[in-house]
Design a protein around this ligand. Structure first.
Ligand SMILES: [Cu+2]
Length: 508
């Protein structure tokens, strides 16, 4: 069966049935392979705007906004104390049009949280989203299971709850926070709920003169009337891909730097489902960190693939005067049906490099920090991703499964032991790439296998999300230090919502 032969018909709400199956109507079963007369673009959910009105045009070229900092109300060192309120807000993406969004403390992306290794964090979450439970998941952070915003711990609409955790030594890194309520995560995130959480090192080897700037990529679909259209069936299958990739809420903003400047940039893919293969024209990129903090040593690169939920920390050298642009390259992550986004050649950020030389920049150290390999595993687990389709009386049923099962909040899929080193083998037997995310810890990818060929990652890194490409197997080593149930799932949020998630229960 050719998947592109299926037509996603009509608008559909995200389904959250216990079996988590998408109902998909068939259109022209007999024409499945050839699809005569079909207008590929006309049926695409993501580029239609609201009911075919077409997407709104967004202004470009405004000065890049730094994310607003979440103020620390503690008034004492070693403690970060604040309040995060999720609720309805409006944004102005286009002139004269208010867009209803969801926001943390009124802003989307949410305020930037900056804390230090060794700090205790106490954040009161106020859920003011009308009629919907929510949670805050501290993506990538080593927080206790009962503080991690699991779907099993919903915060009801109108309720408050306190989250508290310590940031251990060595945990400096580029984390983020977003909702994780059962059946509502995808929608709450694309409506605006996501923010960056940077844990700073006590002793940072990267020169302070490089600055430290978060660039958070989100994805926006905006109808001509300024509203955000609901997910279509195409979105449910492929994950929602919008019409505009935004950086800190802006389309192609501008940043001014002096010639010879080096900048430390933390790139976040906070989109629901968009793969970002990125390159910088007229500037040299060096990777210095991954999801869970610094690498052992800097690595020069020409491009970066950032799948949904991944982060990368870069030092970018701007040595040529003129415009240096951060652009997307084509990446085929597998797509069902019509409407594959044309992602090559989007300019996400324009850096204006002046003729005036920058003051001298200290060099980047050759060594950043040691990373100890996690060592030999004593347990191995195998997770197989599949997509299923079956006909029933009402149309197609579509499932996104791990080991043949859709997520069940009442089921423990694996039992693990705290402190035990494990090999996880993630096998993708599906027709799309699926970025795999594990809560509660950072892991080390040891190899990728495709068509019998094994390749090693180019460097050792702490990761909490790794793309598992179609037909690929990824092997990683992981260890959970703290007890309690942890989620693992595909970070295409629509797939997570349709069942591609499980629970590992960590025992003392
Ligand atoms: Cu997926």
């Amino acid at each position: 069966m050719h998947r592109r032969g299926f037509l996603a018909a009509g608008l559909a709400a995200v389904l959250a049935s216990p079996r988590a199956l998408a109902q998909m109507k068939m259109d022209g079963m007999s024409n499945m392979d050839s699809m005569p007369g079909m207008d590929m673009d006309g049926h695409a959910g993501h580029d239609m705007g609201a009911m075919g009105q077409g997407p709104a045009a967004l202004p470009e070229g405004e000065a890049l906004r730094e994310l607003p900092l979440l103020a620390n109300e503690a008034g004492q060192t070693g403690l970060f104390k604040a309040r995060l309120t999720a609720g309805p807000a409006t944004a102005r993406f286009v002139a004269d049009k208010d867009t209803p969004i969801l926001a943390y403390n009124g802003t989307s992306p949410g305020p930037l949280i900056e804390a230090h290794e060794g700090d205790r964090v106490e954040i009161t979450f106020a859920n003011r989203i009308e009629g919907e439970p929510s949670t805050i998941h501290w993506h990538g952070m080593p927080v206790p299971a009962d503080q991690d915003g699991n779907p099993m711990d919903p915060v009801a609409a109108g309720a408050d709850r306190a989250y508290a955790f310590e940031l251990p030594e060595g945990s400096a890194g580029s984390y983020w926070y977003h909702p994780h309520p059962h059946g509502k995560t995808a929608e709450q995130v694309y409506r605006g709920l996501a923010g960056a959480f940077v844990v700073k090192a006590k002793a940072d080897p990267v020169p302070a003169k490089y600055g430290d700037t978060v660039l958070m990529f989100t994805d926006l679909r905006l109808a001509a009337d300024g509203s955000m259209p609901a997910n279509t069936m195409n979105d449910v299958m492929n994950g929602r891909v919008g019409d505009h990739v935004l950086v800190n809420g802006q389309k192609n903003p501008r940043l001014a730097v002096a010639m010879g400047a080096k900048r430390r940039l933390r790139l976040y893919n906070a989109t629901n489902a968009r793969f970002l293969r990125l390159a910088f024209a007229n500037a040299a990129m060096t990777v210095i960190g991954s999801d869970g903090g610094l690498l052992e040593a800097p690595v020069a690169v020409d491009e970066i693939l950032l799948s949904p939920a991944e982060r990368v920390e870069l030092v970018v050298a701007f040595d040529k005067p003129g415009a240096a642009t951060l652009t997307t390259l084509d990446y085929d992550r597998g797509w069902m049906g019509p409407g594959r986004p044309a992602d090559a050649g989007l300019t996400l950020l324009t850096v204006d490099v002046s003729d005036t030389p920058a003051e001298a920049m200290p060099p980047l150290p050759e060594r950043l920090r040691p990373i100890a390999p996690l060592g030999a595993p004593t347990v191995s687990r195998r997770l197989v991703f599949t997509e299923t389709m079956a006909m029933n009386a009402t149309g197609m049923e579509m499932g996104f499964l791990i080991n043949g099962k859709a997520f069940d909040m009442g089921r423990v899929d694996f039992v693990a032991k705290a402190g035990q080193t494990e090999l996880w083998e993630i096998v993708n037997h599906a027709d799309m790439d699926h970025p795999f995310h594990l809560h509660g810890t950072q892991f080390q990818v040891i190899e990728h296998e495709r068509d019998g060929k094994i390749s090693k990652p180019p460097y050792l890194a702490w990761k909490d999300t790794v793309n598992v490409a179609r037909g690929e197997t990824v092997r990683l080593i992981t260890r959970q230090e703290r007890p309690g149930p942890r989620m693992y799932h595909c970070h295409i949020l629509e797939h997570e919502q349709l069942g591609m998630m499980g629970i590992v229960d960590v025992k003392v």
